[in-house]
Design a protein. Structure first.
Ligand SMILES: [Zn+2]
Length: 362
């Protein structure tokens, strides 16, 4: 039996909490409610034979993507993952990094902030985004009619056609991160967010001074049912060669190109892993769902809904179904293939060997 397909935050959280066994659980209540009541971020800690080696699996950095991450966490726990892993190393699972987006089925948080663009140094001038500025007005329509999706996509393709030398101009323009359009897409925010502060606290408490391999589960980029382990690492570093051995051809490095993702500013796991004393291996495990145009269309409509729409409307229910389908398709065959990938990415023996190499003296 696999964990059931969940589409409500409360059910996904309960499914996770009821599988924790003897883990040390901690919860961080979010100041705002979800549609079904209180929401929060939960951590579960299983101390292993080596407490100085920690495998982290986190879900919901991008809210709605957390249904997939939560499924992966639950399915691994059902396969006795924590007990097998703790024979070698410790395990930290983080459920719903961005509980607000998770509960409201949004990719962003309560302030329309993309947490994976929020881990920049706010004491410094924030990155400019001239390419996003070109499309900002297109992706923030005031009205939504049956013609809007087609018109938005046409305008986006016209903008892209002005940059014929760069086939990924549009994806980069939209998703690299921007700090000047608070109602726009992939907005990095004006300051560290609630989840940012909680994650820094969790990192200090559980990961400081330890050797860390971190898998942050994401969705909606790439071929349906496949996945990339996306890292941003110096290709000459030891941690990168450990990651290569651990994840093989699934690995892609934003520092050297070849990833489905474009380079981004202020990503969470790479910033937090980079703050640790020892070289860590940290990846966004990115599962493919729907076509990129459908994912972008869903994000634009969801953003319109939260700015101009009404919560109790037929439109609300329809857009939320669209968001869930774009970020967590209800398809048993898809779930089976992403679980297979999760098993191989977090394989206990391969991870134990990776920790051995990460922590061996040069
Ligand atoms: Zn994501």
């Amino acid at each position: 039996m696999r964990p059931a397909h969940q589409s409500r935050y409360r059910d996904a959280r309960d499914a996770f909490l009821e599988r924790l066994g003897d883990a040390r659980m901690e919860s961080f209540g979010h100041p705002l409610p979800g549609p079904d009541g209180p929401i929060g971020l939960h951590t579960a800690w299983w101390p292993g034979a080596r407490t100085d080696r920690v495998l982290v699996i986190s879900s919901g950095t991008h809210g709605v993507e957390g249904y997939c991450g939560s499924f992966v966490q639950c399915a691994l726990l059902d396969e006795d993952f924590a007990r097998r892993a703790t024979e070698h190393f410790s395990v930290l699972m983080i459920h719903a990094v961005n509980p607000y987006g998770f509960a409201w089925q949004r990719r962003v948080n309560e302030n329309n902030v993309d947490l994976n663009r929020n881990f920049v140094d706010f004491s410094q001038p924030l990155p400019a985004s001239p390419a996003y500025d070109e499309v900002a007005a297109i992706v923030e329509p005031r009205e939504w009619t049956p013609e809007t999706p087609g018109l938005v996509m046409e305008a986006l393709y016209r903008a892209a056609a002005r940059h014929p030398d760069d086939p990924r101009w549009l994806q980069a323009a939209l998703s690299s991160g921007q700090y000047s359009h608070p109602n726009g897409q992939f907005y990095g925010g004006p300051a560290p967010q609630w989840s940012n502060e909680r994650m820094r606290e969790i990192t200090r408490r559980h990961l400081a001074g330890r050797h860390v391999i971190w898998v942050d589960v994401h969705t909606a980029l790439g071929e349906y049912g496949t996945a990339e382990c996306i890292v941003q690492m110096d290709p000459a570093s030891r941690a990168f060669s450990v990651a290569e051995e651990l994840w093989g051809s699934r690995l892609s490095n934003l520092h050297t190109g070849g990833s489905l993702s474009v380079a981004v500013a202020g990503a969470m796991v790479w910033t937090l892993a980079g703050s640790l004393e020892h070289e860590a291996v940290a990846a966004g495990l990115e599962y493919g769902t729907r076509e990129l145009a459908e994912v972008i269309g869903a994000l634009i409509e969801d953003q319109w809904l939260h700015r101009h729409g009404e919560a109790d409307s037929e439109a609300f229910a329809r857009v939320k179904r669209r968001m869930l389908d774009a970020f967590y398709p209800d398809d048993p065959a898809w779930r089976e293939s992403i679980l297979d990938i999760a098993r191989s990415v977090t394989d206990v023996d391969a991870s134990a060997a990776a920790f051995e190499r990460l922590s061996s003296p040069d």
